[in-house]
Design a protein around this ligand. Structure first.
Ligand SMILES: N[C@@H](CCC(=O)N[C@@H](CS)C(=O)NCC(=O)O)C(=O)O
Length: 309
């Protein structure tokens, strides 16, 4: 956590708590849009993404970059998989370095962009190499910016947010954010039994509903892959590796859902997607959360991505 541009205290994962002991995620504060905001014109090679391979929010942006074939347009750095006392840290060799500020910790990017920043230093970060500041640190925005102004610069021809599906995409995104994307975190970081049980029920109701939906069609909105699939994929792909055990979402695994498993295989096979999934980094990252796993022991299983069979 940062206060007035300075890192304070030790890293702790719970962002906020409501009156029932439920986990509340902090709002992102850097919300500029490339192409719309005059200060940040569209340009190939000017912007950089900072991601953590553990992080589903960061991997949304990485997956869209891969699907659209934007690898040569937007460069990427990774933070090390395990959280340090000062939050996300860089290492000594690419891709774990910060080539622009030479920062040791991600929070330095935040204080460099806003000397009075108060809030968390989260990934993903979209960085402007020219102005040397954060453009946007909200994955939902970054995904839209990539599929919007950046899409014509990519090598692939997907449109993940087509005009005719926008209403439905927005509606499903909101629902699955609450029940699944953030639902697993609400279960994992609940501080009361009531808050945990409510989140747990939301998670499995959503999974059951998705299983039914995907038994008759390849993607959540029909024949076409959309942003909603990206947002689901990053959560589902982490489920059996971390959420099932560490976050106590243990009624069923994704491997127990045939249609959901087939859905993950289908998405994983699309261009640019497999490179955004690193099971070992996912396990190392989640099991480094000290408040949930004080010994830091990382489970050996599952040995592969269970949906790959
Ligand atoms: N609203 C943000 C949330 C990002 C987020 O919570 N990222 C986590 C990693 S999964 C993070 O960086 N946490 C560090 C912290 O909370 O200090 C987004 O979707 O971009």
């Amino acid at each position: 956590m940062m206060v007035n541009g300075k890192w304070t205290g030790r890293y702790q994962p719970v962002q906020g708590v409501d009156e029932q002991g439920g986990f509340v995620r902090e709002r992102s504060q850097f919300r500029h849009w490339v192409g719309e905001d005059e200060a940040f014109p569209l340009a190939s090679g000017r912007y950089h993404l900072y991601v953590a391979m553990i992080c589903p929010w960061a991997c949304r942006t990485l997956m869209v970059r891969g699907l659209l074939g934007l690898e040569d347009v937007i460069s990427v750095s990774r933070v090390k998989p395990a959280l340090s006392e000062q939050g996300w840290a860089f290492g000594d060799t690419p891709p774990f370095i910060d080539p622009y500020l030479g920062a040791r910790h991600l929070h330095q990017l935040y204080s460099h962009s806003d000397a009075a920043y108060t809030g968390r230093a989260t990934v993903p970060v979209l960085w402007d190499k020219e102005r040397r500041c954060i453009v946007n640190n909200e994955s939902a925005d970054i995904v839209r910016v990539l599929n919007g102004v950046f899409r014509p610069l990519g090598t692939e021809k997907f449109d993940l947010y087509p005009e005719f599906l926008r209403g439905e995409i927005d509606c499903l995104n909101e629902r699955y954010y609450h029940t699944l994307n953030n639902g697993v975190y609400r279960a994992g970081f609940a501080t009361t039994q009531v808050a945990y049980e409510e989140a747990y029920r939301d998670v499995f109701e959503a999974l059951d509903e998705l299983e039914a939906r995907l038994s008759t069609q390849p993607y959540v909105l029909g024949e076409q892959v959309t942003e909603t699939d990206v947002r689901l994929f990053v959560t589902l792909v982490r489920f059996d590796l971390a959420y099932y055990s560490l976050f106590k979402c243990n009624l069923r695994r994704i491997a127990d859902y045939p249609a959901l498993s087939a859905y993950l295989r289908r998405l994983y096979a699309l261009p640019g997607v497999a490179d955004t999934v690193e099971p070992e980094a996912i396990k190392a990252g989640y099991y480094s959360i000290e408040s949930l796993n004080p010994t830091g022991i990382v489970p050996l299983g599952p040995e592969t991505l269970p949906f790959l069979g």
